[in-house]
Design a protein around this ligand. Structure first.
Ligand code: CP3
Length: 378
């Protein structure tokens, strides 16, 4: 196989006598995991949603030779793509290269990536729902678990690995509509027209994703994230009744893994009150909700992840720094912030802008740095 899973050129520890050094040494836990648990950190951790993907020339080069599904199904290649962004940037977490639709393929759902997922036979009937089998990860998606083991064996600097799945309602959007859409009309119609069938499908998906994420943790994933990419389509009441109910069912079984649990709620400004009592460690938010207001609604029991507008990476360097500073200031000094974009990075993004963003967030928040502020307090 042409791909390599090799040790990246790591960044050595910064040798500086500064007040943060003691904390850095004592701190056995990586900054990302500590921030998820709302513990003080030596610098604000940052990773980027969709950090493994098309904005990286090295991903495009590999992708020119191998199709997307083959990349996700070949552990050496999936691990290679997972590690690509970590070789370029001193990111604080890796996310497994896979897709939210991958476990559904494992359950027998036929689909193609064009590049968004297109389901061959969208789910429209009770019979189709009842025919959906359980997911047995070791049998149905063994390559995902093997990819996780490989990443763990090769991850640089002890960078923690995030495992993930699609949240049940977001999966329903694709399964019922059959392809990406702005309104996902058929899926929303389904909730109102056939609520019992919708609950049955959501319940099956909730259980399958619980199995899937538990298996990822057992294989070595150090945090688990559920993507609710289409939460913003629902009014709070329907969000609670359908989407959140299913997420509670998934998450309930995952506490025993002991790893931090993250729920990403895209376009969720009207939904923060609804997720405040969900039993997860971190709520991921898009750029439309100022983090200060989000933290006030969520209260002291939750960390937040986000939320720079992906479009801000197209600003000139100085404006990008200003935008990143605004996010840091909104998040405030209380422990429990993981820096990220508010949604996935755009394929047209210049990787140099990502490098500048990661460096800026680290420099501005490093304990004892000449910068203003710290991971824990300004
Ligand atoms: O770097 C990472 O974040 C890890 C890999 C990852 C992919 N998809 C790879 C991918 C992750 C975490 C996802 C999650 C995902 N997939 C979500 C939730 C996050 C979000 O953006 O809201 C959703 C909704 C999907 C469904 C999906 N898969 C879409 C809409 C697309 C279209 C292309 C795109 O990038 O938006 C895909 C295909 C896909 N998944 C690609 C990649 C790198 C592009 C495939 C290609 O190379 O042609």
């Amino acid at each position: 196989m042409a791909a390599r899973v090799s040790a990246p050129r790591g960044r050595g520890p910064r040798l500086r006598a500064d007040p943060g050094a003691g904390l850095r040494e004592r701190q056995a836990e990586p900054a990302f995991l500590a921030a998820c648990r709302r513990q003080p950190v030596p610098h604000r951790p940052i990773w980027i949603m969709r950090q493994a993907g098309r904005y990286l020339p090295e991903y495009r080069a590999l992708r020119a030779k191998v199709d997307f599904e083959a990349l996700t199904r070949t552990p050496e290649l999936a691990a290679e793509v997972t590690l690509q962004p970590l070789r370029r940037f001193p990111l604080d977490a890796a996310i497994l290269f896979s897709d939210i639709m991958t476990p559904l393929q494992g359950m027998g759902v036929e689909l193609a990536f064009e590049p968004g997922p297109v389901v061959r036979e969208p789910i429209r009937t009770i019979a189709q729902i009842e025919a959906l089998p359980e997911l047995v990860p070791a049998r149905d998606v063994p390559f995902v678990l093997e990819s996780i083991r490989l990443v763990r064996a090769h991850a640089p600097r002890g960078v923690p690995l995030i495992g993930f799945a699609g949240a049940p309602f977001t999966l329903v959007c694709y399964l019922v509509c059959g392809r990406p859409s702005k309104e996902f009309a058929a899926a929303r119609r389904f909730l109102y027209a056939e609520p019992a069938a919708a609950q049955s499908l959501l319940g099956r998906l909730a259980d399958a994703m619980a199995e899937y994420l538990a298996a990822q943790a057992a294989a070595g994933a150090q945090a688990l994230m559920l993507f609710e990419s289409w939460a913003g389509l629902l009014a709070p009441r329907e969000f609670q009744r359908f989407a959140l109910r299913a997420v509670r069912r998934t998450m309930a079984g995952l506490r025993s893994t002991g790893v931090p649990l993250i729920y990403y709620v895209n376009q969720g400004s009207a939904l923060m009150q609804s997720v405040a009592d969900l039993d997860v460690d971190v709520i991921g938010v898009d750029w439309r909700s100022p983090l200060g207001a989000v933290r006030r609604v969520l209260g002291a029991g939750k960390a937040v992840q986000g939320n720079l507008d992906p479009a801000a990476l197209f600003a000139p360097p100085e404006e990008l720094r200003r935008q990143a500073a605004l996010v840091l200031d909104e998040a405030g000094p209380t422990p429990g912030h993981v820096f990220n974009l508010g949604h996935g990075i755009w394929p047209e993004t210049d990787p140099d802008a990502v490098a500048r963003l990661v460096d800026y967030v680290h420099e501005r928040t490093s304990l004892g740095s000449a910068g203003r502020g710290s991971g824990a307090a300004p």
